[in-house]
Write a protein that binds this ligand. Structure first.
Ligand code: S3P
Length: 450
């Protein structure tokens, strides 16, 4: 939902166990990157399992606006005929990235070292998010950025005419910032270096290596040092996008808190830089198992089985785990509400600048459901009420945030009274089949606010 449509209220109520297979869609992070790197390679990249959510579709449209030939072959199969590093053409119109921070930040990086200008915008959520974290390093390459106050969108980026390589230490743990710098470094001569103190998702590095770029990662006392040699000829690839672990988190966590449930999520990506939630859930006593572990397209993949877990315990989630589960704190806070004892999440300040302020959005909704929470700028504590202990009986505000909407709908499957959301529309950005998939597992989801 780009924020322009009519709100879609939705309500979840307890209605028995969840069971069956949950075939969640393709990974959002990998889907964006496949389209963008495909557009920067010379020739045709073929992609299967692409997430056809609105965020990724906005990126597909953007790549076409920069001159790539993007073709939908049906059933998640796409091809991108790329233009080569530095081959982007100047778009004729404004690039609207909808709700997607990943889309806009990666695309800004990809064009920042080409001698073209582009103006970017997005929905109300995206227009409120900080872009200085990306435009600051892009300026070091020689790009110019003119945005609203605080560097916010709409923003015009003029790519560097004579780009220079950059050595940049990312000030916040952010794969989007790291990736924007690496993508900009593709069209700068010499070596671009990115240093990150904490490891964030490494799909860009893996995929750049797959496309034939010279890229290496070393672990030093400063953290991870990634060095990319600029101006490679990227070779087109065949990419099978694994299923999204961040989307899988919703049926998995719902199964853990709904009595009698047993759900299998096949083929989900389990890149260690994304798997922090599952480690946390196991520490909390979740009945989770990995089956059939394998590697597909350079990413580790497994089938994940989740069963109702009546004895979940609150734990302390260490700050250093945050980057590997940054998108999963909303649904973790739902599970924590159904556990006994306190779950303390530290080092989570980044949650305040996601599609919404996710600490605030979850805190207000959980409180309205009868859960006691505590928050500081960078920590979030949930006092769990045990299995079946959460009252519910409210409609939660989702602030154009897909993960807030899905989290409260999962909670409503396990509460004494129904839980509604004011707008389920944004779910289409990342998990367009959430509603039918959850219903097929046995969830009671109804259109409208109860
Ligand atoms: C993403 C990185 C994360 C994450 C987002 C997707 C990516 O953002 O929250 O949903 O694909 O690189 P940050 O890198 O800003 O933490």
């Amino acid at each position: 939902m780009s924020g322009h449509g009519k709100a879609i209220p939705m309500t979840a109520r307890a209605g028995g166990r969840l069971s069956g297979r949950a075939e969640v869609p393709g990974d959002k992070s990998i889907s964006h990157r496949a389209l963008i790197l495909g557009a920067l390679a010379v020739g045709e990249t073929r992609i299967t399992g692409l997430l056809e959510g609105q965020d990724v579709m906005d990126t597909a449209r953007a790549m076409a606006a920069f001159g790539a030939e993007v073709t939908d072959h049906g059933g998640g199969a796409w091809s991108v005929h790329g233009l080569g590093t530095g081959g982007f053409a100047e778009p004729e119109d404004v690039i609207d990235c909808g709700n997607s921070g990943t889309g806009v930040r990666l695309i800004m990086g990809a064009m920042a070292t080409s001698p073209i200008a582009a103006t970017f915008t997005g929905d109300a959520s995206l227009r409120a998010r900080p872009m200085g974290r990306v435009t600051d390093p892009l300026r070091l390459f020689g790009a110019e950025a003119h945005g609203r106050a605080g560097g916010r969108l709409p923003l015009t980026l003029k790519g560097a005419v004579t780009p220079v390589p950059v050595r940049y230490t990312v000030p916040v743990p952010s794969a989007q910032v790291k990736s924007a710098v690496l993508l900009a470094g593709l069209n700068a001569p010499g070596e671009t270096m990115v240093i990150e103190a904490e490891a964030t998702r490494d799909h860009t590095e893996r995929m750049l290596a797959g496309f034939g770029a010279a890229i290496r990662t070393e672990t030093t006392t400063e953290g991870r040092v990634i060095t990319l040699t600029g101006q490679p000829e990227l070779r087109p690839q065949t990419i099978a996008v694994p299923r999204d672990p961040s989307s899988a988190a919703f049926p998995v966590c719902a199964a853990l808190i709904v009595e009698g449930s047993d759900v299998l999520v096949p083929g989900i990506g389990l890149n260690p830089t994304r798997a922090g939630l599952y480690e946390t859930l196991i520490e909390m006593g979740a009945d989770l198992s990995y089956e059939n572990m394998r590697e597909e397209g350079g990413e580790p993949v497994a089938d994940l089985r989740a069963r109702f877990s009546p004895d979940l315990r609150g734990i302390e989630v260490p700050a250093e785990r945050a980057p590997s589960m940054i998108d999963e704190y909303p649904i973790l806070s739902v599970v924590a509400s159904c556990a006994t004892g306190a779950t303390v999440m530290r080092g989570v300040a980044e949650l305040r600048v996601k599609e919404s302020d996710r600490i605030d959005a979850m805190a207000r909704g959980l409180e309205a459901c009868g859960v006691r929470v505590e928050e500081t700028r960078d920590s979030f504590t949930i006092h769990g009420m045990g299995a079946g202990g959460v009252t519910g009986g409210t409609v939660c505000a989702t602030h154009l945030d897909h993960r807030i909407a899905m989290s409260f709908l999962c909670l409503g499957l396990a509460t004494r009274r129904p839980v509604g959301v004011d707008d389920a529309g944004p779910i289409a950005t990342s998990f367009p089949v959430f509603e039918p998939l959850m219903r097929a597992l046995g969830a009671t989801l109804e259109r409208g606010a109860a």
